[in-house]
Design a protein around this ligand. Sequence first.
Ligand code: ATP
Ligand code: MG
Length: 449
Amino acid sequence: MSEIKVLIVDDEQGQRDLLAGYLSGKGFMVTAAANGEEALAAYERVFAPVALLDMKMPGMDGIELLGRLKELNPYLQAIVLTAFGSVETAVAAIKAGACDYLTKPIEDLDELLLKLRRAAEQNRLVVSNQLLRERLEDVFPTTEIVGESPAIKEVLKLVGLVAPRDTTVLITGPSGTGKELVARAIHSLSDRSAKPLVTVNCAAFPETLLESELFGHEKGAFTGADQARQGRFELADGGTLLLDEVGEMPLSMQVKLLRAIEEKTVQRLGSTTPVTLDLRILAATNRDLEQMVKEGSFRQDLYYRLNIMRIDLPALSERKADILLLAQTFIDRFNHKTGRQLTGLEPGAARLLTSYDWPGNVRELENVIERAAILTSGDSITTETLGGLDFGDESTPAPELMPMSEVEKRHIKFCLDQMDWNLAATAEVLGIHRNTLRSKIKDYGLSED
Ligand SMILES: Nc1ncnc2c1ncn2[C@@H]1O[C@H](COP(=O)(O)OP(=O)(O)OP(=O)(O)O)[C@@H](O)[C@H]1O
Ligand SMILES: [Mg+2]
């Protein structure tokens, strides 16, 4: 059996040495620390799957340490040591994510060994499950909609609401905001998820081909149709059909589409037999369909038929609080694909990303991160590798005479508002600790109005 790495944290030296000595003799690779700070510093080097933490320590206590360690390694299995009789502490520790506890003084060393080995096995299981899940995600594209801004939370709420019903949903928003992702999420949360989600890009075909693409054709239906072919409607039978870029559909096709949706039947080109189908329709567009209806380039009846439920994705510049979260998600995915281990963004890089306007929205952010990740040779993405973001010409407002504290107050308020009062994201942009931000908010009496 290979050695199991274990981190032991205890402020009493005698106890620490005793445990370390005993466990080393039993095939464990021990790292010992006398307090929270020391433990965190050591942990970044050893990354042990298992830890044994004393709960009562001067300075950072066991619960806080546990939280910090879990941030470094969410799969860490920690066994906590509590004083005899302090059930409360044990319960709190388990709630905070510990997997087990032992009471001090440890008398039964076999029990200790058993619990440590079980914890190591548990860690192995969770990690391999996670790997398995991630490998599956490589095969099946992810439908996880990342974001914590109020705007994206509203979108998620709507997705959850409409998904289980069979309602037609119109998904709108500027290019690259995640419309297709939302469509996939709706499908995968619906009863139809075992059946296919079929997408047809209405902008990708000239009019004549679009019709056969949607409805299929019989052999000999037109010149070149030397084989019969099923259309997208038929392929989506039982599942979901996404009409992507529906605003690009030619008017003449719009009538046929409306009929197919309303009658739930299609007729292949060159056939006289209608095929009855069971499918759900989703439509996506970055065009303003209402305006198109007014101009006469989109049929009003089709618009009403599609716009039964509407999910509107805001531009990324309207949900700045999500930028860093999305960036980190893309960095993690990059690490995955490439086996690199980038940790994140340098503070300067984070500030740059959040002040940029993102005309290409999430897709642009994804591309920028991927490019920077490739260019970065260190562990985190630097400002230099983010070159090419076009800030246009910024006009800076004329400075006013005011005390430093006022500048700071206004700046913090500005950043908080930009970040929808997401403290973690704001602290990161400001380059200060979250607790520092909290106390400044209190000192300046700032509030979300
Ligand atoms: N909230 C999000 N969380 C994670 N990834 C996202 C999010 N929004 C968008 N993406 C990613 O950004 C990229 C663009 O998204 P998607 O293709 O869904 O946009 P779209 O609105 O359909 O764009 P277009 O109008 O150009 O067709 C995809 O790779 C998608 O996975
Ligand atoms: Mg799209």
